[in-house]
Write a protein that binds this ligand. Structure first.
Ligand code: ADP
Length: 445
């Protein structure tokens, strides 16, 4: 029991004694005790009323009081002062955050758990055309109605940013990035990426134009080199070696130009899937024939080797794919030809095409020497080659897997690579079930 509380009990006893004495004087001791208690209760009620009055106007000084009540008033007063200082501090931080967000060139929009606009900075007004305070409390999807944005916003998967034209100026490109925080609240960051997009388009155009311009001179060069090769026996012996090298390099350059053009068309052209599902089993059979021919040509260069690659097919004949046959042929061929190019002649390559509850998969499994795990994350980068010498000698450009990645992206699919040194590698294209067709397909398709 605290001293103050003990003091208050003493005061109560004092009131009782005064009441008792007064009651005793008029021969009514019990009435006197009751009177003493009532006066004490009245005093408490009065202090309580003072407290309520003060709490209604906390900016005023607390009422004068002694003892326990004085302590109560002082404690509340100090607590209030502390809270005021804390709130002031928080407000200053909030003001600073808001001021710095206002100064940002990127748009910042705060959205509550129901998807309604809560706060935004000036840049968001300029970029998105939001009006303050008119749009406050409105659902963001009523103001940014583009279906792609609505899908992105409602998906709750915000790992990737979304690039769209500005809702108030078609010529500007904006990058939208949503971050979840608190209880399903969202922070939308909007960045003007028009310049970057323009540079990207310029880069793509430049590569496409250069590749296109190089195509004709290279065709002429390799045509003549082929013609000279046909009559190589008429040339001096020391020129013959040079001719072979020139022919090899011109073919490599031609392949490089073709791959660059393929990549640039994958980046710039719109995706046009076939209306009917593609019969992957047929596609793989025809790629297998080409791959066997490639393996045979390797065998011709290494006559000491006993056998060419054996390429096995394990395919689901019924399973089709909605997509672009030309692009899928290019991606699958790249994987199968790589398996031929980078594994020893005579080894086995297995092509599997199957489906499970999560998707459909094309697997190209080889028994080569495998790939160093450190190289795996870089395989789909442009011009990445593990063994440059080996790749060049097999006619590799370092663009094959970049093409595969782009084709798969356009089919909502992804590439997974696993490899074990001296055991082999497995390249798997994972397709979502949404673009597969398991119905019976006609074989003449
Ligand atoms: P390239 O045109 O040089 O073949 P790719 O992009 O197709 O380029 O492949 C990149 C690199 O990945 C190749 O240079 C090669 O070193 C490696 N690679 C690809 N497929 C395989 C495989 N099946 N086994 C081992 N290495 C491979």
């Amino acid at each position: 029991m605290t001293n103050l509380f003990r003091k208050e009990i003493h005061t109560f006893i004092f009131y009782l004694i005064i009441g008792l004495v007064l009651g005793w004087l008029i021969n009514q001791a019990v009435l006197g005790l009751l009177f003493g208690s009532l006066v004490f209760i009245a005093r408490c009620l009065w202090q309580l009323q003072q407290l309520v009055k003060w709490l209604k106007h906390p900016e005023k000084e607390p009422p004068e009081a002694k003892g326990l009540w004085g302590e109560v008033f002082d404690s509340i007063y100090h607590y209030q002062r502390h809270q005021q200082q804390y709130q002031f501090h928080l407000k200053r931080i909030l003001d600073r955050i808001q001021n710095s967000s206002q100064a940002l060139r990127d748009g910042v929009v705060m959205i509550d758990a129901k998807g309604n606009l809560e706060w935004w900075n000036t840049a968001a007004e300029t970029l998105l055309g939001l009006r303050s305070p008119g749009d406050l409390g409105y659902p963001i999807t009523h103001l940014l109605r583009e279906p792609v944005f609505v899908d992105y916003f409602e998906s709750q998967h915000y790992q990737e940013a979304l690039v769209l034209a500005s809702p108030i100026n078609e010529a500007r490109s904006l990058e939208f990035q949503v971050t979840l925080f608190g209880k399903n609240e969202r922070l939308l960051l909007v960045r003007d990426v028009t310049k970057m997009q323009r540079l990207e388009v310029m880069r793509q155009d430049f590569i496409a134009n250069v590749s296109h311009e190089l195509r004709t001179p290279l065709t002429v060069l390799s045509g003549y080199l082929e013609m000279f090769s046909d009559h190589a026996e008429n040339l001096p012996a020391k020129w013959q070696r040079g001719l072979v090298l020139m022919r090899q390099q011109s073919l490599r350059m031609q392949q490089l130009v073709e791959d660059l053009l393929t990549l640039s068309s994958l980046e710039t052209s719109s995706f046009q899937p076939a209306a009917e599902p593609i019969l992957v089993a047929n596609l793989l059979s025809s790629i297998r024939v080409d791959a066997l021919a490639l393996s045979k040509s390797h065998l011709a260069k290494n006559p000491q080797t006993a056998d060419q690659h054996s390429i096995l097919l394990e395919v689901d004949q019924q399973l089709g794919l909605y997509g672009s046959e030309k692009e899928l042929r290019s991606a699958f061929s790249n994987l199968v030809f790589n398996a031929v190019k980078y594994t020893p002649i005579g080894t086995e390559i297995v092509l599997r095409w199957y489906q499970d509850a999560n998707g459909a998969y094309l697997e190209v499994r080889d028994k080569g020497q495998g790939i160093d795990p450190a190289c795996l994350p870089h395989l789909t980068e442009r011009f990445y080659r593990i063994d440059k010498g080996r790749s060049s000698s097999t006619g590799g450009t370092g663009l094959g897997l970049a093409i595969v990645k782009h084709v798969l992206l356009r089919h909502q699919a992804k590439l997974e690579v696993t490899s074990k040194q001296d055991i082999g590698s497995c390249f798997t294209c994972c397709f979502p079930l949404s673009i597969t067709s398991a119905k019976k397909l006609s074989a003449d398709h």
